[in-house]
Design a protein around this ligand. Structure first.
Ligand code: NAD
Ligand code: ZN
Length: 359
């Protein structure tokens, strides 16, 4: 059976395209009282971008904080804030949720859009295809590129007992505004770590057992763009990274990521290590599994003067280490993609432990 997956319905790309957001949303406003909810990374408070949000009188502007990556409790809290606001509005639901920021903010927006129409806590839906009801209209505006969250059918959340996405066809954005100008202020290290997320998506997808021509086509293009951005010096690097992220995301939609991502989820769960940097830490120890990718990744790191944190396990106790292994092992499709159907015979708890202990 072939998967019939949902793609983003509409995409606008180009420098300055953010200026079209107002017009794009106008088509989604049923009447003058329709509420649009803008969820924007609070790093943009008092920044030029912060003052360019096309907010109308009835709209809600929510500054979101992503010092910690998205948690289910935070999603539930934001959902309640929107619901409270809607009590005094003409309609029961907002006309749309617009997430403006990096992968974390986009994931928060996707999750709130889902939780407005699905009862209970977002933690109840961590897994694959547990969401039953369509989300409210949601649009994504990336200000960092690499995660592929803009095209993916998941929103990655840390819950009470696992870090796992709400994977569903309803999760995918309805609209994207891809404006490379929005990447310009990103700190160099963060730009690199998020960019490497895309590079690692490509390596894991292209070397995986789930690979097919659809994924390969997008993965190869994304990889080529990552190489231009991180090993060359193109004048349009932000445009290129934005499209690399898009294509890298498209590649994994129809395949999967692999070992690096599984280990990175464990690092995030116990140490709170953010996704991009966690991937870089883990990838550096995976030469046995991704030899060429790891070599090229090291070239990119040295070119960009990146120093990774080391000795991360110094304060991790045995119980925490076991939990990290549990978190990594939940992600069965990732292991199967990387190592094949008999992955359990290759990747034992002891082997995962040894990898973590080296980090
Ligand atoms: P992020 O959104 O966590 O942001 C990282 C930091 O950069 C934050 O401090 C943020 O405030 C800041 N920032 C963002 N844009 C900026 C800009 N233009 N200028 C200055 N500062 C800026 O980073 P990310 O790497 O894009 O996202 C990581 C998150 O994405 C993780 O939570 C991860 O789980 C998730 N993710 C989701 C998917 C998916 O398919 N849904 C895939 C991969 C990763
Ligand atoms: Zn990733």
């Amino acid at each position: 059976m072939f998967r019939n997956f949902k793609m983003v319905s509409r995409v606008v790309f180009g420098r300055g395209s953010f200026n079209q957001l107002d017009e794009i949303l106008a088509a989604e406003r049923v009447n003058s009282e329709t509420v649009m909810v803008f969820m924007i990374d609070d790093v943009f408070k008092n920044s030029p971008l912060g003052s360019r949000i096309p907010v109308k009188a009835h709209d809600l502007l929510l500054w979101v904080n992503v010092d910690d990556e998205p948690k289910t409790v935070y999603v539930d809290e934001l959902t309640r804030r929107v619901q409270n606001e809607m009590e005094s509005a003409a309609d029961a639901l907002p006309g749309g949720i617009i997430g403006i920021g990096g992968g974390s903010t986009m994931d928060l927006a996707k999750a709130v859009a889902l939780m407005l129409t699905n009862p209970g806590s977002s933690a109840d839906y961590q897994g694959w295809d547990l969401i039953q009801q369509p989300a409210v209209y949601h649009a994504g505006v990336p200000t960092l590129s690499g995660t592929g969250s803009e095209v993916s059918r998941t929103t990655v959340l840390t819950g009470p007992d696992k870090k796992l996405g709400l994977n569903s066809d309803y999760t995918t954005f309805d609209q994207l505004v891809l404006d490379p100008e929005l990447l310009s202020g990103a700190p160099a290290d963060q730009y690199f770590f998020t960019g490497m997320d895309c590079y690692i998506h490509c390596i894991e997808s292209l070397t995986g057992t789930y690979l097919n021509t659809f994924s390969q086509t997008y993965g190869e293009k994304a990889l080529e763009l990552c190489r231009e951005v991180f090993l060359g010096d193109p004048s349009d690097r932000d445009d290129k990274l934005m499209m690399a992220s898009y294509c890298g995301g498209m590649s994994i939609v129809y395949s999967q990521v692999g070992i690096c991502h599984a280990l990175s989820y464990g690092l995030a769960y116990i140490l709170g290590l953010h996704h991009g940097i966690g991937n870089c830490v883990a990838f550096d120890y995976l030469e046995d599994y991704y030899p060429e990718g790891v070599r090229e990744f090291r070239q990119m790191m040295s070119r960009h003067h990146i120093v990774l944190p080391r000795n991360l396990m110094a304060d991790v106790n045995e119980t925490q280490l076991e939990k990290m292994i549990d978190v990594a092992l939940v992600l069965e499709p990732l292991w199967e993609n990387a190592l094949g159907v008999n992955w359990k015979q290759i990747m034992t708890r002891a082997k995962i432990k040894e990898l973590y202990q080296r980090m």
